[in-house]
Write a protein that binds this ligand. Structure first.
Ligand code: PMP
Length: 379
């Protein structure tokens, strides 16, 4: 047995079984291929290309200088929670929402899953999906039940209806969606709420892209359903992905879930970063419409640039397009694109299929135009 065989066997003993349930290989492979590229057209990154607005940076600096550097309350800064609750009241219409501040939506997802999923519980996840759902559910011993949303990427009503069993604990919805950019229609949202209501299934609504909505309002399922946990955040809307700020909100019927999540936060994250919570208070009043307008234009550049050469649904929100590979698997097409200096992510990172690739158009208009040109050539 060589040194590496010995090392692998040692690790096998050391690492917990759950580490085997997590697979990071998809995106890692793209980055490995990309390593050799000089100044690539980077369509792979899931965060905005603008920076935190200066006024909000000042708020964070002010908070740090004023000594607000200690733990906050576990559930978050009181004023920030109040402001989030006010917004939820206004936008969703709940009277007394329960709110907590989380370390990003990622933090909220982990706490929510830890508070809700028992081993063997089934979680219905529309496919394609944001990667974290699958890995966290698996890690906690839950069972992912994927419902195929191709080719429209709307909520597949019949498939969701058929997927419900006595073990269904949660349905996850994410609109605007990562990786497809699709915004769920009002009709689909209402119907899924009806399906969930029949068996009192909890819905987890990941609304991190709610601001990036290009065709009027994006409807939250919370308008139609009470047993829903809404997760929102600041990483995308205010480009604060490194500040680790998000929130979880529920109507009174699920206030105990928020309480249990807070308990778990106490023993895990402790709290979201305190000075940034102060800045988030100002962020809630900050008008981001100019960013949204810029991103609408980027969406148009991508969609108009690719629609006659590729099969793709016109994205209504977020900053992604999910495009069908013209031939072969998506992974093969991605390798070709990367060899031509364009970084995209194969669909099998976000899906049980490998037929599409994800473009993140959170980059400069110039780079988008160049990237679209190259993809057209390869298509
Ligand atoms: N949900 C979705 C759909 C996302 O795309 C992301 C970030 N890529 C997150 C949650 C997590 O965001 P954060 O933890 O930075 O708030």
């Amino acid at each position: 047995m060589g040194v590496f065989g010995y090392y692998a066997r040692q690790m096998e003993k050391i690492l917990a079984d759950r580490t085997k349930l997590i697979d990071a290989s998809g995106i890692r492979k793209v980055f490995a291929l990309a390593e050799k590229l000089k100044d690539p057209i980077n369509f792979s990154i899931g965060q905005p290309d603008f920076d935190v607005p200066d006024e909000l940076k000042e708020e964070a600096i002010k908070a740090i200088r004023a000594g607000q550097n200690k733990y906050s309350q576990t559930a978050g800064d009181t004023l920030l929670k109040e402001k989030i609750a006010e917004r939820i009241k206004k936008e969703i219409g709940w009277d007394r929402p329960a709110v907590m501040v989380t370390s990003g939506v990622s933090g909220g997802l982990l706490l929510a899953f830890m508070a809700l999923i028992n081993p063997g519980d089934e979680v219905i996840i529309p496919d394609p999906y944001f990667v974290m759902y699958k890995h966290l559910v698996n890690m906690l011993g839950g069972k992912c039940v994927f419902v195929d949303g191709y080719p429209t990427f709307q909520l597949p009503l019949e498939k969701i209806r058929r997927a419900v069993t006595d073990k269904t604990k949660l349905i996850i919805v994410n609109s605007p969606s990562n990786p497809t950019g699709v915004v769920y229609g009002e009709e689909q949202i209402r119907k899924v709420a009806e399906i969930a209501a029949k068996k009192n299934i909890i819905v987890l609504s990941d609304e991190i892209y709610e601001k990036f909505c290009y065709e009027g309002q994006c409807t939250s399922m919370a308008k139609y359903y009470d047993r829903i946990l809404v997760l929102g955040g600041f990483s995308k809307s205010h480009a604060m992905s490194g500040w680790r700020l998000g929130y979880a909100a529920a109507n009174e019927v699920l206030k105990d879930v928020i309480e249990e999540m807070t308990k778990i936060q106490q023993y895990t994250f402790v709290c979201a970063p305190s000075p940034f919570q102060k800045a988030a208070i100002a962020a809630l009043d900050y008008d981001v419409s100019r960013f949204v307008a810029a991103y609408r234009k980027k969406r148009d550049l991508v969609y108009e640039g690719l629609k006659d050469k590729f099969e793709l649904v016109r994205p209504g929100g977020a900053f992604y397009a999910f495009v069908k590979s013209p031939a072969g698997t998506a992974t093969e097409f991605v390798e070709k694109a990367i060899a031509n200096n364009v970084l995209i992510i194969p669909g099998n990172v976000f899906s049980e299929k490998d037929t599409h690739f994800r473009i993140s158009y959170a980059t400069s208009d110039e780079k988008i135009k160049q990237g679209v040109e190259i993809l057209r050539r390869l298509g």
